[in-house]
Design a protein around this ligand. Structure first.
Ligand code: BES
Ligand code: MN
Ligand code: ZN
Length: 506
């Protein structure tokens, strides 16, 4: 969908539909909504008076204009209470409004920039949020379906209307930023939604290569032979059950050549293209969701895409260990002991705790490559889903300052996270009788013991681990989040890199 900004009065817009908004409880709307109400002979105020509409969050009032305006319909979207308003509500209001209009058959829609008026939000931030909400909320993974619902034609153009010419530049800057953030997120969503018969480790590498090539970003993969040479026994152990060869995908963006203080951000993402559990096989119910077990890998690749498109003056390396976790005659067994790249040995008690195994070698690889800060993203544990549900990503760290930066980025992005502790005592649970550690720590504190395990492979490098098991896929549509892959943490990682680049944060 095309998104543009136009210096034009709302009332003269000649597309199919218009979007205006209302804060909850406002009885006599002013500004754009007031002007539209007047043009419609008081239809909005009448609906408010008759209590058909009150401006509650995401409440929608669809009015026909009967030629009182050039457009066919006006949609009023509720913004909720003014005191609770913020950038994330702009994203979700934009999404909810446009989905309704798409359903109503609209192709060209004009909209106010929610929040930029009475909301008091900076014009660039507001237009970025409207754009993100629009593109993310209208996203569908339709490639395997013959037709979309009810003969919809799909929204083709969104025009942000602003009378004040002095604001146009700022609004356009926001649209550019919002589009880059949304398209990166969609790049990740498309990979997560893709079934595992199509998105093999090679295909994941292929998509990363294509993305990197288009942006002049360095790309390479390590093949099995190279992994052996480097001693990546944990990654190879997981990969040995699959017919598809594993790939270690490495993408490096250098935006701070010569500049910066030698800072280099490492992003490591779990890339299990299908997790059957291996010999410790999972129950069949819901196993199809495990095609999304590469969501962390998709997130870090997508982050590189966004960072490169923004040309941020920062150096970033993404590392994605990609393989399937399948049972077979060659698969790894419970009880097997593997050795990682940094020489530590692991007793594999449960082959379904494969994420931490492949990440162990990938984290070692990133540290060896000289990254100064590390963030890993992984659909790592069911225990994290038990703890935080699908609302917040679990976050863990060995470094307060990096956690502060990640948290700030997540707040700007509207991607909620919650920190969980990493006390020394938890290490007790992953002690092995036969090796340096074992890959499961029992029923208690499963998300934490998984993170404690990973801590063995980052050395002293400042590190944040993000467990997106609960947040990478949505069971139902809400706000700018359709059902299915969310692209969780993509916008947070890009915003984090903006912080590192010292550039203006959006
Ligand atoms: N990929 C799963 C974790 C997961 C669960 C992601 C639910 C998304 C939704 C991971 O590889 C896994 O199987 N973890 C096990 C670990 C256990 C065996 C210690 C789990 O959480 O059950
Ligand atoms: Mn597993
Ligand atoms: Zn897994």
């Amino acid at each position: 969908m095309d998104v543009k900004v136009k210096a034009q009065d709302l009332l003269s817009y000649e597309g199919d539909s218009l979007v205006v908004n209302l804060f909850e409880g406002v009885k006599q709307p002013g500004g754009a909504t007031g002007a539209v109400d007047k043009a419609l002979s008081g239809a909005i105020v009448a609906a408010i008076r008759r209590q058909e509409f009150s401006g509650k969050l995401h409440e929608r009032l669809l009015l026909h204009t009967f030629s009182r305006l050039p457009v066919l319909q006006v949609l009023v979207i509720g913004l909720g209470k003014q005191g609770e308003f913020g950038v994330d509500r702009i994203r979700s209001a934009s999404a909810e409004a446009l989905r309704r209009l798409r359903q109503a058959g609209a192709r060209r829609v004009g909209s106010v920039v929610h929040g930029a008026g009475a909301g008091g939000i900076d014009a660039t931030q507001a237009s970025a949020a409207v754009t993100e909400g629009a593109l993310l909320g209208l996203y569908r993974f339709g490639k395997y379906r013959r037709a979309t619902e009810d003969g919809e034609r799909g929204l083709q153009q969104l025009t942000l209307l602003e009378r004040d010419r002095n604001k146009i530049g700022s609004l356009e800057e926001g649209v550019r930023l919002g589009r880059i953030l949304a398209e990166a997120t969609i790049f990740a969503r498309d990979m997560v939604n893709e079934p595992a018969n199509a998105l093999t480790p090679s295909e994941l590498a292929g998509r990363a290569k294509k993305m990197a090539g288009g942006l002049g970003v360095a790309f390479k993969t390590l093949e099995r032979a190279e992994m052996k040479r480097l001693g990546m026994g944990a990654l190879l152990g997981v990969a040995q059950g699959s017919e598809h060869p594993p790939k270690l995908i490495v993408v490096t963006y250098r935006g701070a050549r010569g500049k910066g203080r030698g800072l280099r951000l490492g992003l490591v993402g779990k890339g299990i293209t299908f997790d059957s559990g291996g010999i410790s096989i999972k129950p069949s119910e819901g196993m199809e969701a495990m095609k999304g077990d590469m969501a962390g890998g998709a997130a870090v690749l997508a982050a590189i895409k966004g960072i490169a498109e923004l040309r941020l003056p920062v150096n970033v390396t993404a590392v994605v260990p990609a393989t399937e976790n399948l049972p077979s005659g060659t698969a790894q067994r419970p009880g097997d002991i593997v050795k990682t790249m940094n020489g530590k040995t692991i007793e594999v008690i449960n082959t379904d705790a494969e994420g931490r195994l492949i990440l162990a070698d990938a984290l070692c690889y990133a540290c060896d490559a000289g990254v100064t800060h590390l963030v890993d993203v992984a659909t790592l544990t069911g225990a994290c889903v038990v703890a935080l549900g699908s609302v917040r990503t679990g976050a863990f760290t060995n470094n307060r300052d990096l956690m502060r930066r990640v948290r700030e980025a997540s707040e700007i992005s509207g991607e909620k996270l919650w920190e969980l502790p990493l006390d020394d005592e938890y290490s007790e649970q992953i002690k092995s009788d036969y090796a340096d550690m074992k890959n499961v720590g029992g029923r208690k504190a499963g998300a934490i013991t998984a993170a404690k395990f990973l801590a063995n492979f980052v050395g002293k490098t400042p590190w944040v681990h993000l467990d997106i098991a609960g947040t990478s896929q949505a069971e139902k549509e809400q706000g700018y989040q359709p059902k299915g892959a969310t692209g969780a943490m993509v916008r947070t990682l890009i915003t984090l890199a903006m912080g590192f680049a010292g550039s203006k944060q959006a």
